[in-house]
Ligand binder design. Structure first.
Ligand code: SAM
Ligand code: SF4
Length: 467
């Protein structure tokens, strides 16, 4: 019997790339590949790339440089290493990748990776295989389901793509070009995927989409269902104790989503709601189609139904034309909201986007300085949010053994890592934890065994779910 071939996959960027990478592993498993953490011993290396900022794109080429050396080494040992580039750089650059890095055999875009096995077979006959069309067929109908042991190995928390693509065309963003138009998966398909995950130990779901709250997949009644209704349906699936979704656009927050936060204890009170800037002038230039005030109103609508709800956001500093006054408006908005966490980036011009042609570039020095000021403010808000947990009891969904022997790590409703000394059989359970201290971003505490009803923030504590 020939040994299984080995696949190494490296994913960059967003949660959807993490999910896509898992589906590529599932697709190649059906073709006899097993995953390896070591690129040097792999028969196939896939780079699942991100095009969102220039730095992310360029990383791919330095990695391909390293892989060229690994491939030569493998050839000396009589092994044939194949290299594929998938994801958004593949979509955006196509055959340019092979021109810059002839070591690459296959280039495949994010909507075509279900064709990976046949593209690799084509490349094996000599030559290169490139597929970056947006196919009319839906890749989800062709991808094999993950095997039970693969789901279990991935842990109790899983991503599920429910929506892809974007029709918003923010002027800085490549996503509408690399991921294509907005498409929502039908409710029945998502339910089927989630049941399979839950049957194999998954307890927490994060529904993902580039614009997840634009979800409008076909429901069993033949009508489009909004995200709120989908969340209600998924909350009914036995075993699923926590639901999350990401990333939301402030313009697509329907009342049914707000109501889901009011009515579903499993829906975590933590919402990633990117605003990008607090200046109306910059928001307009970004084509975000909302003002700072409208964003604040959306936040208020959530807060009215759940006072314990917390927010995170994405920010871009140094968008073309951003003045000190515009940037101050961003700081003011951050102060007003009080975020639990946030991501902030320096503006990176992306080829083919409208903003790349805008002339009034902010100097590198100003960008650096603004990024530091914004990140200092965000860090101070995050620290205050985390510190406020000390002395309280919070529900934690336990995920896996921690690095320190005897410790188990889980997450609070707000995705804060929380560590306790306990037996691994708490993995997969939501249990109340008394938080004693904070170590950087991690909470340290003890399981509360006597007074389960005192758990704060999240839903039903002491829920024992078979792993
Ligand atoms: N759909 C989400 C939204 O509406 O905000 C975000 C998707 S994008 C993959 C993630 C984040 O990358 C954005 O929120 C933005 O902050 C950042 N980003 C996108 N394009 C960028 C660019 N050209 N330069 C810097 N940051 C960028
Ligand atoms: Fe990009 Fe804007 Fe679409 Fe988000 S909403 S993916 S930032 S174009």
């Amino acid at each position: 019997m020939t040994p299984p071939r080995k696949l190494h996959i490296k994913s960059y960027g967003c949660q959807m790339n993490v999910y896509d990478a898992q589906r590529m592993v599932d697709a190649m498993a059906a073709d006899g590949f097993v995953e390896t953490a070591n690129a040097d011993e792999a028969d196939l290396v896939i780079l699942n790339t991100c095009h969102i900022r220039e730095k992310a794109s360029e990383k791919v080429y330095s990695e391909l440089g390293r892989l060229r050396v690994a491939r030569e080494e493998a050839a000396r040992e009589g092994r044939d290493m194949r290299i594929a580039v998938a994801g958004c750089v593949a979509q955006a650059e196509g055959d340019e990748i092979i021109r810059r890095a002839p070591v690459v055999d296959v280039v495949v875009g994010p909507q075509s990776y279900h064709h990976l096995p046949e593209l690799l077979a084509r490349a094996a006959k000599g030559g290169k295989a490139i597929e970056t069309e947006f196919p009319a067929e839906d890749k989800f109908n062709f991808l094999p389901q993950p095997k039970s042991d693969a789901i279990r190995a991935r842990g109790i928390s899983a991503f599920v793509t429910v929506q892809e693509g974007c029709d918003k065309f923010c002027t800085f963003c490549v996503v509408p070009y690399t991921r294509g138009a907005e498409v929502s998966r039908p409710v029945a398909k998502i339910v089927e995927d989630v049941k399979r995950l839950a049957d194999n130990g998954v307890r927490e779901l994060t529904l993902i989409g580039q614009n997840v709250n634009a979800y409008h997949g076909e429901g069993p009644d033949g009508r489009p269902w909004p995200l709120g209704k989908l969340l209600h349906r998924l909350a009914e699936i036995p075993g699923i104790v926590r639901l999350r979704y990401s990333t939301s656009h402030p313009r697509d927050v329907e009342d049914s989503l707000i109501e889901a936060h009011r009515d579903l204890p499993a829906l975590m009170p933590f919402v990633h709601l990117p605003v990008q800037s607090g200046s109306d002038r910059i928001l307009a230039a970004m084509n975000r189609k909302h003002t700072a005030r409208e964003y604040l109103e959306v936040v208020d609508r959530f807060r009215r139904v759940r006072q314990d709800i917390a927010f995170s956001s994405d920010f871009i500093v140094g968008f073309p034309g951003e003045t000190e006054e515009d940037f101050s408006a961003t700081l003011a908005l951050v102060m007003q909201i009080g975020y639990a966490a946030s991501y902030s980036f320096k503006y990176s011009p992306r080829p083919g986007t409208p903003a790349a042609d805008m002339q009034e570039m902010v100097s590198a020095a100003d960008m650096d300085e603004r990024l530091v000021r914004l990140q200092d403010l965000i860090d101070s808000q995050q620290s205050a949010f985390n510190k406020a947990t000390i002395g309280t009891t919070v529900d934690v969904l336990f995920e896996r053994p921690a690095r320190n022997p005897g410790q188990i790590v889980g997450r609070t409703a707000y995705l804060q890592p929380a560590h306790v000394m306990a037996s691994p059989d708490i993995i997969g359970k939501v249990l109340p934890v008394r938080i004693d201290s904070l170590e950087r971003y991690s909470l340290l505490g003890e399981l509360v065994t006597t007074m389960p009803s005192q758990a704060a923030h999240a839903p039903s504590s002491q829920t024992t779910i078979g792993a």
